[in-house]
Design a protein around this ligand. Structure first.
Ligand code: OGA
Ligand code: MN
Length: 221
């Protein structure tokens, strides 16, 4: 049973302040524990059959490039699990929707929607240094990564490393610990996932602005 997916106003204040001041925030104990646990179970049970090798780019431009990333992904949806029961992923989308509204109220970011996928990195998988968005060329504004790995050991690798602009030196090294989350401006921080030596699950997501216009239809995912 997932009891509540209420996101406190205080937490939204904290996230908004950090984004304004330094462009990123790292949070522990992000979700109610029961929701994090169910997401972890959902990710594990779906990973063997439903996850697909991850691509780079979007829809028509989608390319498989295993030199750059080697994880597998599955987009979340809010369809129910049958018998009218919402899946944990639907609750996650609800939670992130509250954050979208809260950030728009505080920062006037005009965030229009949120899309996210589960990722599975198996032994040896990685995602080389990249930006999630290029200035003026993408509608991805804010990146979120939520982690689903309990008892993560240093020897398991798989850290997310965040850089400031072109800098070589890491700004932040993030262990993919259960129920922790990192949120950062998509076009500001290049980042990479170091080689993982163990099964590693996360949910990578993006808040987007609406860039539909008469001559250009921006596709989902
Ligand atoms: C991504 C990404 C980071 C992670 O999917 O774009 O950077 O820690 N993921 O899983
Ligand atoms: Mn990324």
């Amino acid at each position: 049973m997932i009891e509540n997916t209420y996101l406190s106003e205080l937490l939204i204040d904290e996230i908004a302040d950090a984004l304004q001041q330094c462009g990123y925030i790292q949070l522990q104990e992000f979700l109610p524990e029961s929701l994090a646990t169910q997401l972890q179970q959902e990710a594990k049970s779906l990973s063997s059959s439903a996850f697909k090798p991850a691509g780079i780019g979007r829809q028509n431009d989608l390319q498989l490039n295993t030199q750059i990333r080697s994880d597998s992904t599955l987009w979340l949806d809010d369809k129910d699990a049958g018998e009218g029961k919402a899946k944990a992923q639907a609750h996650y989308l609800q939670f992130m929707e509250q954050l979208r509204i809260g950030l728009n109220r505080r920062l006037f970011m005009g965030l229009f929607d949120f899309e996210c996928h589960f990722s599975h990195y198996g032994d040896g998988d990685f995602y080389k240094r990249h930006l999630d968005a290029f200035k003026g060329r993408s509608n991805r504004i804010l990146s979120t990564v939520f982690y689903l790995n309990d008892n993560w050991q240093k020897s398991a690798g798989g850290e997310l490393v965040l850089y400031a602009d072109e800098q070589e030196a890491p700004l932040l090294v993030v262990a993919p610990l259960f129920n922790s989350c990192i949120i950062f401006l998509s076009d500001v921080f290049p980042h990479e996932v170091l080689r993982s030596n163990s099964d590693r699950f996360s949910i990578a997501g993006w808040y987007r602005v609406n860039s539909h216009c008469a001559t250009h239809l921006d596709p989902n995912q």
